[in-house]
Design a protein around this ligand. Structure first.
Ligand code: ATP
Ligand code: MEV
Ligand code: MG
Length: 400
């Protein structure tokens, strides 16, 4: 039996990092995906391998299932109750991965491979199989590559374990369950994730997310009344979400009151942004007012992200370059390099002090010209730009 899981990356419009500390954040899926194709090997065959083929990295690794069983011990359990990967188990998994002596340029994949082995053996046990992984997302850049990998993989594993596509089984995939397993994978990669990335990758669209300690997380759909056009710049500066999240927590320990005020301010920005995105705007004047407010909120959020220490010279370069054209940018995801969002308003004339309500054609022509000009200035700095569709579908699972 073979299945394919496909899950999107994401952008965070407001609230990254603060969300780990209990503030609200707004995230939306984007139209860039990770796919995991999963096939079980027929039982009774000589080779009892568990294999992973990371196509984009041209990296193929395998482990005999008998060896995994010997090292990891019993991994069975109720698959409907996602389990935490204990630190003892993580040490065992890290040892199994370290034996493969990954080339230095791929060393950051170790945590992803530990998450793979943990999720596979927890959900399917030691059944021989093969996973083929491809992704359109730049890895480790703030667009949720780790979450989309964990969600696509968990979706495929649950579909196989519940034999979803066999014998006219009409049961639908349990998205809550997938998201919870993916969260356990994210924990291996991120250390202390809030859960926003796996949630938006699983369910898609735009959400307001707030982590709750004693009850279930609060997840509210945000229904945007206007399409949001985002230009994304990949600064190509490598970073790692786990260490950035840890550095913010350390700063919060050093300056608890100041940091808690910043997290509160970010919470208010997220609340206001969600209301704004959902508010109707009947005419060009209302649309342009709404867009200006949105840009102001993004600008304030970027300033606060700089305050908590997760901006970077490369991010500030993008912020300054777009500011010259009166556009606003903010980092997205964990920061420290990675990707930057630039909001491209539909009403660009008011930014230049001009107002022309009838000329929609002129607006879109000018918007395209300004965007092109900005892209060429940003790319001169050695960065890469692309645009994305915001708020599409979440996890999809197919039978192959
Ligand atoms: N396609 C993939 N295959 C295997 N591992 C992956 C894949 N995509 C991501 N990973 C794992 O996730 C790590 C990157 O996760 P990280 O959380 O640092 O960045 P991100 O998810 O892209 O950004 P952010 O969390 O800020 O949105 C990689 O180093 C790797 O271990
Ligand atoms: C930096 C962070 O807030 C978002 C990463 O996309 C971490 C998290 O919420 O898990
Ligand atoms: Mg991540």
């Amino acid at each position: 039996m073979e299945v394919k899981g496909r899950a999107p990356g994401k952008i965070i419009l407001a609230g990254e990092h603060a969300v780990v500390h209990g503030a609200a954040a707004i995230a939306a899926s984007i139209d860039l995906y990770t796919e995991v194709h999963l096939a079980l090997r027929p039982s009774g065959q000589e080779d009892d391998l568990l294999e992973i083929d990371l196509k984009d990295m041209k990296l193929n690794l395998s482990w005999p299932c008998s060896q995994l069983k010997e090292v990891l011990g019993d991994c069975s359990g109720d698959t409907t109750l996602p389990r935490l990967c204990t630190s003892e188990k993580l040490d065992l998994l890290s040892g199994i991965v370290a034996e493969k002596k990954l080339p230095q340029e791929n060393i950051q994949l170790s945590s992803g491979l530990c998450a793979f082995l943990f999720l596979y053996t927890s959900i399917l046990g030691f059944k021989p199989g093969k996973a083929v992984v491809t992704s359109e997302l730049p890895m480790g850049s703030g667009l949720g590559s780790s979450a989309s990998f964990c969600v696509a993989l968990s979706g495929a594993l649950i579909a196989l374990s519940e034999k979803l596509f066999l014998n006219a089984n009409e049961k639908k995939i349990d998205l809550e369950l997938v998201s919870k397993w993916a969260y356990e994978g994210e924990r291996i990669i991120h250390g202390k994730p809030s859960g926003i990335d796996n949630t938006v990758s699983t369910f898609g669209n735009m959400i307001k997310f707030k982590k709750e300690v004693t009850k279930t997380n609060s997840i509210t759909p945000v229904n945007s009344t206007t399409p949001l056009k985002m230009l994304i710049t990949d600064t190509r500066v490598g970073r790692n979400t786990k260490s950035l999240v840890a550095s913010v927590s350390e700063r919060a320990l050093r300056h608890p009151h100041a940091m808690s005020s910043i997290f509160d301010a970010i919470n208010s920005i997220s609340d206001e942004l969600a209301l704004l995105v959902e508010s109707p705007a009947a005419d060009q004047v209302a649309i342009s007012e709404k867009e200006e407010k949105l840009m102001e909120l993004m600008q304030m959020n970027q300033g606060l992200l700089q305050c908590i220490g997760v901006s970077h010279e490369s991010i500030e370069t993008v912020v300054r370059t777009t500011m010259k054209e009166k556009l606003v940018s903010k980092l997205t995801g964990a920061g420290g390099g990675g990707c930057v969002l630039t909001y491209v308003p539909t009403c660009i004339l008011p930014l230049y002090g001009l107002f022309c309500p009838l000329s929609f054609f002129l607006q879109s022509e000018l918007s395209a010209a300004v965007t092109e000009n900005i892209i060429s200035q940003i790319e001169e700095c050695g960065f890469r730009c692309f645009t994305v569709e915001v708020g599409g579908s979440g996890l999809q699972v197919f039978s192959c």
